[in-house]
Design a protein around this ligand. Structure first.
Ligand code: NAD
Length: 355
């Protein structure tokens, strides 16, 4: 498997190094080879080339089987014009790779229940929700404008979805549901929005191809409420760009630990972009304090969705769970009576569990 590596800025390089360690343990176990090519994006790319997303990076990523990203950004580059900021690199890369589906699992390991803001009885024996967000359409990419001045100024953004756009994201969500609990919740605002009515009709039409999946529809306001009231009712959630932006952040915070959560962005082929959901955490960069588990779990998603290596993905997830069982914690998930360790040691222990 050919992997483009973008360590990025802040804690990006430290956590990427731990993910690579774990991938090396997987390659030993399965006698398979991963080749890594490191490329620049974000602040690191701006410092070396003046641009957040150099052409070479795009080319290497497009020619790879998967792209792994640490994190980008930092205060140093905050005052640059929008198109030259590190975030512009990330948006440009998503576009260049054609990734339209953002998969954000909200997984709460039972060992870390205390980290959640929800009560123990609501969480049961942990959480495992997959939020599938449409990433390249909807209101964030619709027609927009502004007119008038002062008190008479107006501004508008339009929300539009085509059947083709809805079908391709829904198919990813139905396929995921088939491999999990076979339940799909489609979130919309069909009581008010015309494009949501088309969304719902299209999903219902597609459901005929997935008779084993139980499909339900939920208005977005209710979904926001149900996520904190009874999150265990959800298996896979599929929704549009803006609703998904909000709900995926809400779902991830149910688990209480930013440093634990991975993500994947997928397109039509096998090529995907894998990254932890957290940022570059400049406050703890270079201090061996960052939790590398989100990055390591992103590597597991990479093997699952771009590599077709389900067993190896599960090995990584089990290794994380085993290390948590033994009481090892980085600072962000530390609890009384546990053993506090650093970024590098966490990477060593997890890769040591893959035999
Ligand atoms: P952040 O996620 O970097 O950090 C928020 C808080 O969580 C900080 O206190 C940080 O120390 C902590 N934290 C984050 N990841 C952690 C980890 N793995 N282990 C332990 N603690 C961790 O968000 P922010 O501070 O708002 O943003 C910092 C920079 O990151 C900004 O420049 C922002 O633009 C960028 N950012 C990048 C991405 C990305 O690369 N995809 C995403 C979000 C933010």
């Amino acid at each position: 498997m050919k992997i483009a590596l973008i360590p990025g800025d802040g804690i990006g390089p430290e956590i990427t190094q731990q993910a690579v360690k774990v991938l090396k343990a997987v390659s030993n176990k399965y006698i398979t080879e991963f080749s890594f090519e490191e490329v620049l994006m974000g602040g690191a790319a701006i410092d070396k080339t003046g641009l957040p997303l150099p052409d070479k990076t795009i080319k290497v990523c497009q020619e790879s089987d998967a792209v792994f990203l640490g994190a980008v950004g930092g205060e140093k580059w905050d005052n640059l014009p929008g198109h030259l900021r590190p975030e512009a690199g990330l948006l440009g890369l998503r576009k260049a790779l054609g990734v339209f589906a953002n998969l954000r699992p909200a997984i709460l390991f039972p060992q870390l229940k205390a980290a959640s803001t929800l009560k123990g009885e609501v969480l049961g024996d942990g959480l495992d929700i997959m939020v599938v967000r449409e990433l390249t359409g909807g209101i964030y990419f619709g027609k927009r404008g502004r007119a008038g001045e002062g008190e008479s100024a107006r501004a508008w953004d339009t929300m539009e979805y085509s059947v083709a756009e809805i079908k391709r994201i829904a198919r990813i969500a139905f396929d995921l549901a088939m491999g999990r609990g076979k339940k799909l919740t489609s979130v919309d605002k069909a009581n008010v929005l015309e494009n949501s009515r088309l969304w719902r009709e299209t999903i219902i039409q597609l459901a005929g191809e997935y008779p084993e999946v139980t499909l339900e529809h939920m208005y977005v306001d209710n979904a926001a409420m149900q996520l904190v009231r009874n999150p265990r009712q959800f298996d896979v959630i599929v929704t549009g760009n803006m609703f998904g932006d909000i709900l995926s952040d809400e779902a991830s915070m149910l688990t209480g630990s930013l440093g634990m959560l991975p993500s994947a962005s997928l397109g039509e082929g096998n090529l995907g972009l894998y990254e932890p959901i957290h940022g570059s955490a400049p406050d703890i960069a270079g201090k061996d304090e960052a939790n590398p588990i989100a990055a390591i779990m992103s590597a597991a998603m990479m093997l699952r969705y771009s590599g077709g290596m389900e067993d190896a993905a599960q090995d990584i997830e089990n290794a994380v769970s085993a290390v948590l069982d033994k009481g090892y914690r980085t600072g962000d998930i530390m609890e009384p009576n546990m053993k506090r360790i650093g970024t590098g040691e966490m990477g060593d222990l997890i890769s040591g569990e893959i035999k």
